[in-house]
Design a protein around this ligand. Structure first.
Ligand code: ADP
Ligand code: MG
Length: 693
């Protein structure tokens, strides 16, 4: 059935649907309700008693009034059902809201009941348009409320119309072919997943909450299952077909570096990660390994080990970082670390002079350069390696999967090591990154003193500065961080610049520098180098130093407007201190007004330095999509499923996918016929996305 056959469809309505991504009947069937109005739970206005209670009511608009002037303008509407009336009030934006209502319209309100004098009211309730034609007495038990797309209202696309259309589709004889079943029967029966048509019915016209829940579970499983099947396929292909360079261990440079040059002993986490890498690279298969370790765990040394293994076996190694500052820093520390070794290292970043760039590219292509450190610039066309054997990607969550894939295409199956400080629970990581093996570096190097963190109000600024003075005279170095406001780089710059001037005046004898995203990379480089060398006492900076930067002597970090930062970001930033043997301090200075979640973030920072604990709180505050940055981390955007909350389903999907690929990897059995169609098109689509297989 075509979408144009819907009763009462018009080009205006078609347009509005298209703007919400609904182009055909399937799309409409998969336009799921935002919430449900449970009639048994809709209260009669006359019976509302509990003041301060959250309730849903439904009724007809009997009055619309605009009151007050200018800033004190408010919109009031009165809704009546057969038992009484209630006032809904909007203090701001009333003008826009008013346009959505007219007298006689039936709407539902969801909100908190208040009492003013004898009158009941709700301030800023959620409203759902029940449509002009909907008869309140004819509610089925549970009514679907659809997301009201921005363009819906103008096109008179009321909830009731969408309901009607969907009913039309559900009753159509071709429903089964519109949404064919593809989950094999034996899986559905094992987990009591309803079949696809029953499930879609239960989503739009649920007979009970339980039925709806089961149906939703099924669709979540669907998403996970296809995802896990593709992971299995990628995994399988890698395992069976991709040979990698065979590298021997314990070669001269590696021994020299680890036995004689390295000034400290490796932690047990670092040792076991290196052992994992050694085993991988000598197996003859391509390595795809993720190193997870909290900020400051010492991932760079592990990367150095991996690079040395490649170089010692006559291959080139590449170390890629998400920012220029970090790339430059890695370049400097590799050069220093390997200064006694006979290894040529080059830095490749954007904005280098043409002559220099040409020289570097020639070195890379000719093979005279052994290790290339750089940014995205390394991935670009025109960068050709002589014999690339090891790719290390630092802070991998900052890179897309495509960029990872593009790097791998620079050579014939080089080994790949990706490093991440985002603490994802291990079981979850294993499900998500089926294409990666995982090493976890637990704990921090010995001798670190736990960073002390304190929240200080504006009033305490004098004390804070006093403390800064002491630290500087004690030989310490200070970071002062200003937030990066992406929508307004100008504003952010103003903040940091003003801060810099103020600090320079307040500390006339200190050496103060300013770092932000707008200055040239040479200048940035110069500033970072002098800070590293201890020639700068106070570095005022935006969040450009957020990831990776390593200056062990820096012992104090002051974060201005601290409540504006995300929790994981604060943790990353704080990870810039506490990297040496000095006692380090992080001072969070919030603005006067801090939101509830802002306060939770700051308190959490004060309470703990444990990355996993912080990640958990962050996850709760932000939800998984935001937390993992699905787009960036290369995870698909699941429409229905939630990778944290639905972990059990993710696990089931993984096991079933694995089992199925073992039994019928080509999906050629009859019982997998539909699945094959579905999966192949899913895989093709995602393939571009993964760029891996
Ligand atoms: P991250 O895991 O955040 O990338 P780095 O690799 O930058 O951490 O290491 C943080 C600091 O700890 C660096 O100054 C590094 O030299 C130092 N470090 C790393 N490993 C050890 C160790 N085993 N013992 C002492 N210091 C170490
Ligand atoms: Mg690092």
């Amino acid at each position: 059935m075509k979408i144009t056959e819907l009763i009462g469809i018009s080009s205006i309505k078609l347009n509005a649907l298209a703007k919400e991504g609904i182009h055909d009947a399937q799309d409409l069937l998969f336009f799921f309700p935002r919430r449900y109005l449970d009639r048994t739970n809709v209260q009669k206005i006359g019976q509302l008693r509990g003041i301060g209670e959250e309730v849903t009511i439904a009724g007809t608009i009997s009055q619309i009034n605009e009151l007050g002037f200018k800033a004190r303008k408010r919109l009031e509407i009165v809704i009546k059902d057969e038992t009484g009336g209630i006032k809904a009030i909007w203090f701001k934006g009333g003008y826009y809201i008013k346009k959505r209502f007219k007298i006689g319209q039936k709407i539902a309100l969801f909100g908190t009941v208040k009492q003013f004098g004898r009158h009941l009211s709700m301030a800023h309730p959620e409203t759902d348009d029940l449509g002009e034609v909907s008869d309140l007495a004819n509610f089925s038990t549970i009514v679907a409320i659809y997301p009201s797309g921005q363009h819906f209202h103008k096109a008179r696309l009321y909830n009731s119309i969408i309901q009607k259309w969907i009913t039309q589709l559900l009753n159509h004889s071709s429903l089964c072919s519109l949404i064919p079943e593809f989950i094999p029967e034996y899986i559905r029966s094992t987990y009591s997943f309803p079949n696809r048509t029953d499930a879609i019915r239960a989503i739009h016209t649920p007979s009970s909450h339980e039925a709806h829940k089961q149906a939703l579970r099924r669709f979540k499983f669907e998403e996970f299952f296809l995802f896990q099947l593709s992971m299995e396929r990628i995994h399988g292909e890698r395992r069976t077909s991709k040979a990698g360079p065979r590298l021997t261990n314990n070669t001269p440079n590696t021994r020299l570096y680890f036995d004689q040059v390295l000034p400290f002993e490796l932690t047990s986490g670092q040792k076991s990660a290196l052992k994992n890498i050694q085993d991988d690279v000598r197996s003859g298969q391509q390595m795809n390994r993720l190193i997870q370790g909290d900020v400051g765990a010492g991932k760079t040394v592990v990367a150095m080990g991996a690079l040395l293994m490649a170089v010692d076996n006559g291959y080139q190694g590449a170390l890629v970082a998400p920012t220029e500052i970090l790339a430059e820093q890695h370049f400097a520390s590799l050069r220093k670390a390997f200064s006694k070794l006979d290894i040529s290292i080059r830095l490749l970043i954007g904005g280098q002079k043409t002559g220099l760039r040409r020289e570097i590219l020639t070195d890379i292509e000719g093979g005279t350069c052994n290790i290339i450190v750089g940014t995205h610039a390394v991935i670009q066309k025109g960068v050709n390696f002589h014999k690339l054997g090891m790719v290390v990607i630092d802070e991998q969550h900052r890179f897309g999967v495509q960029q990872r894939a593009a790097l791998l295409q620079k050579a014939n199956n080089p080994h790949m090591l990706v490093m991440s400080a985002t603490p994802i629970p291990r079981s979850l990581a294993m499900s998500l990154y089926a294409d990666l093996d995982i090493s976890l570096i637990k704990g921090l190097p010995k001798g670190r003193k736990a960073i002390r963190t304190a929240i200080r109000s504006e009033k305490k600024r004098t004390d804070v500065y006093h403390f800064v003075e002491q630290e500087i005279s004690d030989g310490g170095q200070i970071y002062i961080i200003y937030p990066l406001i992406e929508e307004s780089e100008v504003l952010d710059l103003k903040d940091a610049t003003a801060g810099f001037q103020q600090i320079s005046q307040r500390f006339p004898s200190a050496r103060v520098a300013l770092l932000h995203g707008r200055i040239s990379s040479e200048e940035k480089d110069a500033i970072m180098q002098s800070f590293t060398k201890g020639e700068i006492d106070i570095l005022v900076s935006t969040t450009v130093i957020e990831v990776g930067v390593d200056v062990p002597n820096a012992s104090v970090m002051i974060i201005e407007h601290a409540e504006r930062f995300g929790l994981s970001q604060l943790h990353q930033l704080r990870g810039r201190i506490g990297r040496g043997s000095r006692q380090s301090y992080c001072i969070l200075i919030p603005d006067h007004a801090v939101s509830k979640s802002g306060a939770v973030r700051l308190k959490t920072m004060e309470r703990t330095t444990d990355g996993f604990e912080i990640a958990e709180v962050d996850l709760k505050l932000r939800g998984p999509g935001d937390f993992l940055g699905t787009k960036q981390s290369g995870l698909p955007d699941f429409k229905f499923a939630d990778i944290i909350q639905d972990q059990d389903l993710l696990g089931i999907a993984k096991n079933q996918a694995r089992e199925l690929m073992r039994k019928d990897s080509l999906l050629s059995k009859q019982e997998h016929f539909e699945l094959k169609q579905f999966f192949e098109s899913y895989y093709r689509e995602k393939n571009q996305f993964y760029g891996l297989a």
